[in-house]
Write a protein that binds this ligand. Structure first.
Ligand code: C2E
Ligand code: MG
Ligand code: MG
Ligand code: MG
Length: 286
């Protein structure tokens, strides 16, 4: 009887594996056509300063699959990475970022816009050229962009990575370490990389200020960043208590559902009219 059950389990296992492989293949194929068929969309989530004023924003990709509906980036980004489609998606994100930064500027906002750059995209030999061309074609200001990279980028070829980061910094682009604290954390590279910012991973923020170890970790990151001259953003801020703790600990910028969920860029632009001082200027002009 046990044997029978075991055999059935194996058959079931093989079948589900097969379905999974097929699902993956279908998803990769669909992903490859997603931009052309206008299924991808850019969402935006603001980062706010201690007064609640937007001081930055992150662009996040959203995929609406024709049959499956919304597919989470947690699902499709790894697929895109493994299949190489991330390069194509990354190009598109960069173009969108340039357009959005121009729209923000036109609406009187002057905070930088952050995009996620995957390791595979960053390591393409023509990455720097592509960034330069995309920026100049669009007329966007490189100083309006921040590239978020993860610690995974630093695992191999650190020297090459540093050179490339410096080339992009020379153009005016700034770098942020995303999900800081979850990956290959070495104090060695923090000192050597041309960094502007650290983003504390949301897993460390979640249980602050109740959990004493997480609270200590966050404070240690803030102290270290201050010594290194780096700005700090906390991601995943969901409660007033977390925000109060972070502001009291002198965290520069907060991002999370407490302030807003990521929303479609055009909706954001509609909801966030020109800041007051710009309105006044344009009134004076007319
Ligand atoms: P990430 O770059 O660390 O982005 C932050 C994630 O946290 C986003 O998930 C955001 O929606 C979510 N988030 C924001 N506030 C809160 C909060 O208060 N609580 C919680 N629990 N979550 C919050 P999302 O949009 O699902 O993206 C997941 C990951 O997918 C991103 O993590 C990023 O690594 C990747 N990703 C998204 N868009 C792109 C893209 O355009 N290019 C690349 N290469 N990766 C992307
Ligand atoms: Mg990010
Ligand atoms: Mg992050
Ligand atoms: Mg994260």
């Amino acid at each position: 009887r046990a044997k029978m059950a075991g055999r059935n389990q194996i058959a079931f296992f093989e079948e589900s594996m097969q379905t999974e492989v097929e699902n993956r293949l279908t998803m990769v194929r669909d992903l490859a056509g997603a931009i052309a068929s206008e299924q991808m969309q850019m969402f935006i989530q603001a980062q706010v300063d201690s007064l609640g004023v937007p001081s930055g924003a992150e662009l996040l990709m959203r995929w609406t699959h024709p049959l499956r509906g919304a597919v989470s980036p947690a699902e499709f980004i790894p697929l895109a990475e493994e299949s190489g489609i991330i390069v194509q998606l990354g190009d598109w994100v960069l173009q969108q970022a340039c357009l959005v930064s121009l729209k923000l500027r036109a609406q009187g906002w002057d905070f930088p816009l952050s995009i996620n750059v995957s390791p595979k995209q960053f390591r393409q030999s023509d990455f720097v050229d592509k960034v330069r061309t995309t920026l100049s074609d669009s007329g966007a200001d490189p100083r309006a962009l921040i590239f978020e990279v993860t610690e995974g980028l630093l695992i191999d070829n650190l020297q090459e990575t540093i050179i490339r980061m410096r080339q992009l910094c020379q153009m005016g682009i700034r770098f942020s370490i995303d999900d800081f604290g979850t990956g290959y954390s070495s104090l060695f590279y923090l000192k050597r990389l041309p960094l502007y910012e650290l983003k504390i991973d949301k897993s460390f923020i979640r249980d602050t200020p109740t959990d004493s170890s997480d609270t200590a970790i966050v404070q240690a990151i803030l102290a270290m960043a201050k010594h290194l001259g780096l700005r700090v953003v906390a991601e995943g801020v969901e409660t007033r208590e977390q925000a109060d703790f972070l502001v009291a600990s002198a965290c520069d910028s907060l991002q999370g559902y407490l302030y807003s969920r990521p929303i479609a860029v055009d909706a954001w632009l509609q909801q966030h009219a020109k800041p007051e001082h710009v309105k006044q200027t344009s009134l004076a002009d007319s």
